[in-house]
Every structure is written in C-alpha cells, then in structure tokens.
Design a protein around this ligand. Structure first.
Ligand code: SF4
Length: 363
C-alpha cells in the first residue's frame, strides 16, 4: 500500500519515525519539509492524487491538533471534535472530497504525538463531555499496521471520564486495538457501511462488507461501542433494496449501536472532474442532482426524504434504541424524516444541543 516513506528534517529525530520505517521495511528518503515534497516530488508525478496515496510523509505538526468539525453552512451540527494528526488516506474512494480539498498529495503523518497528547489532556480536563474522532481528513485505522497510532490514541483517551473517542474506518484493522472493558472513557469504532456493489465500484483498497462486519464483531468483544455510518448513501439501480438488506445485516450482528449516521451522497462542483477522470467505471454521478444552499450538489429533496423515511423506519423496527442522526442535512430533513421533536430525543439532545456543549461552532 505504502511504497515510499519521506521523512522531514523535523521528523527525523523522533523515535516514532524510526518505529514506522522499521515496520514498513522501507528505507526512508530524507527531505527538508512538506514544501520540498511538493516542489521536488509531487510536481513530477503523472498521477499526483493516486501516487500521493502511496507516499507517506512523516512530519512534525506545529499547530493545534484539536478543532471543532466545521460541519456545513445551514445544516444541523453534531458537535463533533476532530483531531488532525493525519491528512490523506491510502484508500481511494471515488466520492472522497480529499481529492479536491488537499493541497499536499502525500499522506502527511505527524510523529510528534507527545504534543498531541499534551494538548488533548488539557482539553479533556476542561470539558465535561467530549465526542471526538480522527476520521475527518483521513481513515482512522487505514495505516494501523504501520503506525499503531489508533491504539496509542485509544489507550490514552479512554483513561479520561466523559471522553468518547471514535475511530472511523473502512478497514478491518482491529486486532491490535487495546481491550477497553472497564475504562472510564468510551472507545467507539465506526464503520462506513455500503452495499457490496458500492464497495466494489467506488471504494478502492478498502475492506469488503463482510470483513467490516466481522471486524465490528471483534471490536465489540474488546469492549468497544460500535457505530455505523451510511454515508454516503449512493443511488444506483436497486439501491433501496440493497441498503435495506444492509441494515438487516448490520443489526443481525449488533442489537444496538452507539450511534448510526445517514447522509446522501453530495459533492462540491470541484470533485466532479476527479471522479470522471480517475474513476471511469463509477456510477456516482449517474443520479439527478440539485445544487443546495451550501453550494453542494445533492439528490433531489423528495427522493432523499422518501428513501430516508423507509430506512429510518427499518432501523427503528430492528433496533429501537439505536440513535440515528443525519450528517450535513438541514433541520427540514430531520423534521420530515424523524418527526418534529427528533432533536429533543434524550439520546441525541446532549450531542446536538447548542446549549449543552462547552464550546460552540460559529455558525
Ligand atoms: S476511506 Fe475516507 S479518507 Fe480514505 S479515500 Fe475513502 S473517503 Fe477518503
């Protein structure tokens, strides 16, 4: 998966750098910094997006790692915090917004995790309840066999009461995660779930659906809460039956989830060219889309609502206690699918309440 490791001058002195290079069995190439990578490596690549995903750049991050998830303009926010320790991902999903978002094509991995843990400790001590994850600009466990970072972070975070750390992935790399039974904090492993048709067509390099389900059973045995994300829901011929069947499979493995999120496929105009050029067999852009108030294209509103209603009804039949929420959908969608008081649900309220959190998103 990783073919080359680049090490910046700042990262060269860290033991963690050596640990990763040894595990990879690769001789590192030393480089001044990320700018040098751009100028001396990236601009000579014939397929910078694809090849960059096979380059690991070990670096030192000097800013703050911890931030509020930006959500999206005009959509209901789930008050999630993110850790930006890794950016980019060795997997290659056609719908991945990172293709048009990132301005550095290698996978940048910050080895100064001691700085991260110091920053997190201060945050965890200050906040009564924090729900956070690493899966915003990367897959949380895609590099786990090489870096072991998910385990390091989990070991650290679950020692703090009130902390809920979610590692979100499309991999099956859970064997080395620590057992978290009896810890004061909560560890959750979240999987993006898609019908096999979508996994095969749109999610290159990821674990199969069966592997994800199997890994979720192993994680549950280790004491983790399980979350599933039907995000993005992709419309293709037969998609309704495929997603309803998927939901049945999910709840045949887990009676209740810590949470489940839903979101239809949406895209920024800048993503379209990448999908067309890099994924000629993709069915992603075949549906009918409308540009929404946040500038993103989404499936037609009535179609989204109609299908989400069926999906949520099915989930509630199979697992009434599983909290279901929408990611990046507006309050009208919530009302129409979940009923007018959905956000007052006792499980969802502490997550979505704008009053219930110590810090607010400025939107
Ligand atoms: S797994 Fe996530 S981060 Fe990685 S390519 Fe797919 S969508 Fe992007």
């Amino acid at each position: 998966m990783i073919e080359k490791i680049f090490v910046t001058e700042a990262a060269a002195k860290y033991d963690y750098t050596k640990e990763i290079c040894d595990r990879a069995g690769l001789e590192p190439e030393f480089i001044r910094d990320d700018t040098a990578y751009r100028k001396e490596v990236e601009r000579f690549l014939s397929d910078p997006v694809g090849q960059g995903k096979r380059h690991l750049l070990l670096d030192v991050f000097k800013g703050e790692f911890f931030r509020k998830c930006p959500g999206t303009k005009g959509k209901v926010c789930c008050n999630y915090y993110v850790i930006d320790q890794t950016t980019n991902c060795p997997f290659d999903c056609s719908y991945c917004f990172l293709q048009s978002y990132l301005n550095l094509r290698a996978i940048r991995f910050a080895v100064n995790v001691g700085d991260l843990f110091r920053e997190l400790e201060a945050v965890f001590k200050k906040h009564r309840f924090v729900r956070l994850g690493t899966g915003e600009l990367a897959d949380s466990l895609a590099l786990e066999p090489l870096t072991g970072f998910g385990s390091k972070l989990m070991n650290f975070a679950v020692e703090f009461p009130g902390v809920v750390l979610e590692l979100k992935t499309k991999s099956a790399y859970v064997e080395n995660l620590p057992d978290v039974h009896g810890k004061p904090g909560r560890g959750v492993i979240g999987w993006t779930m898609e019908p096999s048709h979508v996994v095969a067509l749109e999610e290159r390099g990821t674990a199969t659906l069966d592997e994800r389900l199997e890994a979720s059973a192993i994680a549950a045995e280790k004491g983790y809460g399980i979350a599933f994300h039907l995000d993005p829901v992709v419309f293709f011929p037969g998609f309704e039956a495929a997603y309803l069947e998927l939901v049945e499979e999910m709840f045949s493995r887990h009676r209740t989830l810590d949470w489940m999120s839903l979101a239809g496929f949406r895209y920024e105009p800048s993503l379209k060219g990448y999908v067309e050029e890099r994924f000629p067999g993709s069915e992603l852009l075949d549906g009918e889309f409308l540009r929404c108030s946040d500038g993103k294209y989404r499936y037609l509103f009535p179609e989204r609502i109609r299908f989400f209603r069926r999906l949520v009804k099915k989930v509630k039949q199979l697992s009434p206690k599983t909290p279901v929420y929408f990611c990046m959908e507006d309050a009208r969608t919530w009302d129409l699918v979940m009923g007018e008081n959905a956000l007052a649900d006792p499980v969802l309220e502490p997550i979505f309440s704008r009053e219930g959190n110590d810090e607010k998103q400025g939107m």
